[in-house]
Write a protein that binds this ligand. Structure first.
Ligand SMILES: *Cc1c(COP(=O)(O)O)cnc(C)c1O
Length: 470
């Protein structure tokens, strides 16, 4: 399998090459040259595989430069009961006959990002070790990416992590998970700004080719192709878990979305031939994506127009993975794609009404929630199913319910649980008047020392921190 850039100016690369790359040199994102196709025979064979076996089967279709035995060892290390507290890795549970929750948040930091990040940690260490290379990972997080990345890189001898987060915008639990780490290879940097400012600093550093080369800069944020690939697996796993119970029913996935990485993985699964009915993009008050699927206009928000919400991991004004989807919609025309993104940079806007049919055919629908909707959904889910869901997951459940009620969605909908409620106690308390239980081992994590540097919104300051360490 070879990889190309959405903007068309990168020579073909192998999987391990794009693994260690942030943005492509032409400013685009890496994508596979073709999408492998799964027929119904293979789907049937995969039905009974364990999570790591299924992951291996899928990865092998996209990775041809890591020997199978090695890849198998990495996959089994990443997806173990020890790390995810369950053999299923992503267990499925039901709220009612037509609504299920796919538990993606049983990893070390209690959010779905662990699933990709645990695998990335193994892949990075393997490849760097083999090539005798080092990597300085610079990432931006609104909360969950950062802690998932840091926890996946603890003890990895070839890797430093420099993680930027918006100062004062993460929950106390999220802050504790990151800033509580006192590890020689982990550096927490709190930027005075919002998430998009952090992301812009990462982009600015990656745009400095000399610096990037000299300091071996890499990425773990959701533009990294390997993260998308790792996330493809649980769409298959969730589908298989539901299929036997629902003969004849369609199966859709509802995904609380921010940077469009999670749901884009579902789109890859669908393109591979997994019979997904609808892919539902659920946003919060920061509804750039919901607007797009409503009227085909992509209207990004500058950082100062991004609301601070009770589902903070979805507080984004532009969705970095969206470019990969648009590339598909415009038929792989990388010249046009580069023009569209140039237009966005200039005017903050583009219009794909001309592609309305293609967008509809791609299977996406969307919806959004407000704070009160999420609270009501958390309350209702607790009352009717004795199940406490986090505010991000509640966003998805709310959107799914709205679509079900208005008959825009039939069959089974699998809502992705993107975090555990323990990470967002304040909002749960607001909804239920009680604090959700914490998993064993997480009882007192706020009571540790904090290791973090607060800086102004300035890429040069961050560069200096990297230079001093690297
Ligand atoms: C990252 C995250 C999201 C958004 O996922 P994207 O891949 O950015 O669309 C939603 N919920 C939680 C809890 C997250 O951590």
């Amino acid at each position: 399998m070879k990889y190309i850039s959405t903007r068309g100016q990168m020579s073909e690369k192998s999987f391990t090459e794009v693994l260690l790359m942030g943005l492509a040199p032409d400013g685009g994102l890496a994508i596979p040259k073709t999408i492998p196709q799964i027929d119904s025979d293979l789907l049937n064979q995969w039905q009974t595989l364990s999570y790591p076996e299924l992951a291996l089967a899928i990865f092998q279709l996209f990775i041809d430069d890591i020997p199978t035995d090695d890849l198998s060892a990495l996959v089994h290390r990443a997806y173990s009961k020890k790390r995810f507290r369950t053999d299923d890795i992503t267990p499925l549970r039901y709220l009612d006959d037509n609504t299920a929750i796919l538990g993606l948040s049983n990893g070390p930091t209690l959010a779905f990002k662990d699933i990709a990040m645990q695998m990335i940690g193994e892949l990075f260490e393997y490849v760097l070790n083999k090539n005798n290379q080092r990597l300085n990972i610079i990432g931006a997080t609104s909360g969950d990416t950062g802690s998932a990345a840091e926890h996946a890189m603890i003890g990895k001898s070839h890797i430093n992590v420099f993680m930027l987060s918006p100062h004062g915008r993460m929950s106390p639990f999220q802050q504790a998970q990151m800033f509580g780490l006192n590890e020689p290879n982990i550096v927490n940097i709190a930027v005075k700004g919002v998430f998009d400012d952090c992301q812009d600093i990462v982009k600015a550093i990656n745009a400095d080719a000399d610096f990037k080369e000299k300091y071996h800069i890499g990425a773990v944020n959701s533009i990294n192709w390997a993260r998308i690939l790792a996330q493809v697996v649980y769409y298959f796993k969730g589908y298989f878990a539901a299929k036997n119970k629902h003969r004849g029913k369609t199966i859709s996935f509802c995904v609380p979305s921010g940077n469009f990485g999670n749901i884009y993985a579902g789109f890859i699964a669908k393109q591979m031939g997994l019979p997904i009915n609808k892919l539902i993009v659920a946003t919060n008050e920061n509804n750039v994506l919901n607007e797009f699927f409503d009227n085909y206009k992509y209207n990004i928000r500058p950082p100062e127009k991004v609301y601070e919400t009770s589902s903070p991991s979805m507080d984004i004004g532009k969705a970095s993975n969206f470019e990969r989807y648009v590339y598909h919609i415009i038929g792989g025309d990388s010249k046009k794609l580069a023009d569209l993104w140039q237009q966005v940079e200039k005017t903050g806007y583009f219009d794909l009404s001309a592609y309305a049919n293609k967008i509809t055919d791609s299977g996406f629908i969307s919806g959004q929630s407000r704070h009160q909707d999420r609270l009501a959904t958390i309350k209702e889910t607790f009352a009717t199913a004795k199940d406490i869901i986090d505010p991000h997951t509640a966003d998805g459940v709310y959107v799914a319910r709205q679509l079900q009620k208005s008959n825009k969605l039939d069959g089974l909908v699998i809502c992705l649980e993107t975090a555990l409620p323990a990470k967002f106690e304040e909002t749960i308390n607001e909804a239920l008047g009680q604090i959700p239980p914490r998993p064993t081992g997480y009882e007192n994590i706020e009571n540790t020392d904090k290791y973090v540097t607060v800086v102004d919104n300035d890429a040069d300051i961050v560069k200096t921190i990297v230079e001093n360490k690297g």
